[in-house]
Design a protein around this ligand. Sequence first.
Ligand SMILES: Cc1ncc(COP(=O)(O)O)c(C=O)c1O
Length: 375
Amino acid sequence: MSTTRGISRRGFAAAIGSMAGSRMLSEMAYAQRAAVPGALAEDMVWLNANENPAGPPKAAIEAMIKILPDSGRYHYQEYGAFYAAVAKSEDLAPEQVLIGAGSSEVLHAAVDAFTSPTRPLIAISPTYEGPIDVAQALGRKVIRVPLTSAYGADVKRLVEEAGTAGGGLIYLCNPNNPTASVTPKADIGYLVSNLPPNTIALIDEAYHHFAETPEMESALAYVRRDKNVIVSRTFSKIYGMAGLRAGYVCARPDLINQMSPFRNNVISIVAVRAVLAALADAPNFIPERRAKLLKTRQELCRWLEAKNLPYIESHANFLMIDLGREAKPVIAALPLKGVAVGRPFPPLTNMMRVSIGTDQEMARFREVFWSVYSA
Ligand SMILES: Cc1ncc(COP(=O)(O)O)c(C=O)c1O
């Protein structure tokens, strides 16, 4: 019998229910973790929100410890330099960057600014639901464009839909969550070159650090060329700082100015200092983290192949496994045995998303998953 963290099943359901009806749903990182059914094991292996088990880099932890005694002050005078440092890390000017409490906040600002009663959100499907949920909460029309058979974005259809609608916001996640697939660079190029009037492309690159294929190319080059393109990035994934809530979008200054009024959080000085330290130290830990992750992911792939379980080739820190039957019951059963995996992602109803954790966590996943799946 697993122990609980002191929240009843009913209380949990009520909390999720009340969140679903409000703007608070925008905090998807929280919702993802919370949306685990049943009692929570104290030693739950969390493979449900694509976090990084390595956590914040050492330099960031030291910087946070150092600033804690001084966190009684706002430190607003430091924020100009902070925005400049984040912009510089992408070779951009400060006016081309908007920082938010996680990329969630600034993705939502993009939906607020660039959809309207006459401008829909046009999203690949399935994909990360954050921007879609906000658009729906705002009463905007959402047009879903199925992925290609190679799990890339169908860029021709995205362009066509935007043209037919008379403009809109195109949301394309690359690499995509939940499929961990990449939309090839030529297709991103096609999309940007063929954007209809009144149309902005929002390219979410939360997982770009994990993609090694030459087909993956950041859309930041288009931001630098002043195109109608917004690129979002986050410190929640390879940086391992999801709980600190820091992310940003990059775009032309006029687009940044339109999104800016919809941002309503200033990230804490503790997160600011962590981000600055992490950026300064990035060359020392990012390649190492990527290599470790790819090795652990590779081991999982080999195991799945030995079990004859197909999966989508992954370019991210998670993997989509084809169970060959309805995945929902397996997804629901795993947390009760101490392993939480990703929520269902219709229409891929036979697939289950698992985040890549430590080697130890993945060993536990294999054991528990196989006991449930083969029962
Ligand atoms: C594709 C994608 N974008 C954005 C986010 C939001 O992350 P955060 O707000 O922590 O930056 C997530 C979270 O899992 C995600 O998968």
